[in-house]
Ligand binder design. Sequence first.
Ligand SMILES: *[C@@H]1O[C@H](CO)[C@@H](O)[C@H](O)[C@H]1NC(C)=O
Ligand SMILES: *[C@@H]1O[C@H](CO)[C@@H](O)[C@H](O)[C@H]1NC(C)=O
Length: 391
Amino acid sequence: MRPGTRPTAVLMDVVSLWAIHLSSGSDFTTQEASFLTRALRTAVDALSGTHHHNTVLHNIQAAVLLSQYFTRNTRFLEAKYHLGAAVSLVLGSGLHRIRSPDSNVVQPSGGQRAFRRLPPPRDAIEETERINALWTVLRLDRCWTAADGSPSNIPSDVRIDTPWPLDINSPDFPNQVLPNSSTGTVTAFLANLPDSGTSVTAFHVKAAILFEQASRLASTYRQDFNNSELHRFYVSFNSLDTLIEGFKQNVPPAQLHPTKEMLIIQSLVHVATIQLHNPFVADRDASRLRVLDAARAVVGCLEVMPLNEFLFVDPILGTLLMVTCQVFVAELARIKRHRTYHGHGHSSVPQEERLLMDATDTVLAVMNVFAPRCRLMDSQLRAMQQLYDAV
Ligand SMILES: *[C@@H]1O[C@H](CO)[C@@H](O)[C@H](O)[C@H]1NC(C)=O
Ligand SMILES: *[C@@H]1O[C@H](CO)[C@@H](O)[C@H](O)[C@H]1NC(C)=O
């Protein structure tokens, strides 16, 4: 937020709610309940208020924070509701058409995509805040709808023209330049065209898009595909696989950037590989090995992170760690089945199993770091422990 601007009431109330939430851990206190009630009331009032420079952005930020708050507390319906509100605000104020060649075209009134444009930004910071608000909302939409398999809140025919986000808090911010004109930003990325989105924030959004695309594509696979369906599927599969691998080459290594954001970026992109190849692990060794490599890469990334300094992380990490953990547990189960079948039951645990168990233990230990302050992570940790105990 720029100096000298006052946060609107809704943002103040939501930030107070978060402060109470973060200081009280996973216990829902009566004090937290009253802050929540108050924040929800102001959020409703804010939506009927005037659309001013700051109010729209603050309403978007408030909706995002409320959605994340409910997600952390496993209140998924409310989380979805506020994420949907954030998407409506973003699209309704035209944040997806910043620097679009179409941005001056007057929308026909009553047209399907009519939106009330904001006044022109006053400076580069305000424009970047708008750009980043769009991408924050899009990233959350991609992550959480992919995580539960629900359709995106952003209709598939909405073209995103806004340029990739910049690292607004970086000292290097004044040197980062926006393209003069920008069109079909996400489509161009998915078509593997070169672009100017090389900020950490842009990598974060792109990783979320890859995670979402991989999860969705894998979920469309059917054993009974006929030849033409299978062909179509593999064309998409190969192009996404190539895109993900290329992205891994470009993203800065975690060892050199041991930050929370880099942890999420690396985890998203490796889990994208896992999601993409998961339907084939039982039948194809190549896919099984790709999935295992990707899961080990997540663990490698966890090992270089100063996790105890983080305290709070984006709750999507819990979902990504669950997927990672399931890979190791499935592989352990496979090896055990194989061993029993071939009748080499020995008392000592073979090296291969030992390594898988160590990897699983690492993932569970990391979940355990964050579980006391996040109800979602706590419930995911319990589920993974049960799964592991059953092998
Ligand atoms: C953008 O426009 C400005 C002014 O019209 C021009 O000086 C600059 O070279 C342009 N930048 C790019 C990347 O085209
Ligand atoms: C394959 O299945 C699709 C949809 O089920 C169908 O439209 C198509 O005609 C089929 N193609 C062949 C070659 O059987």
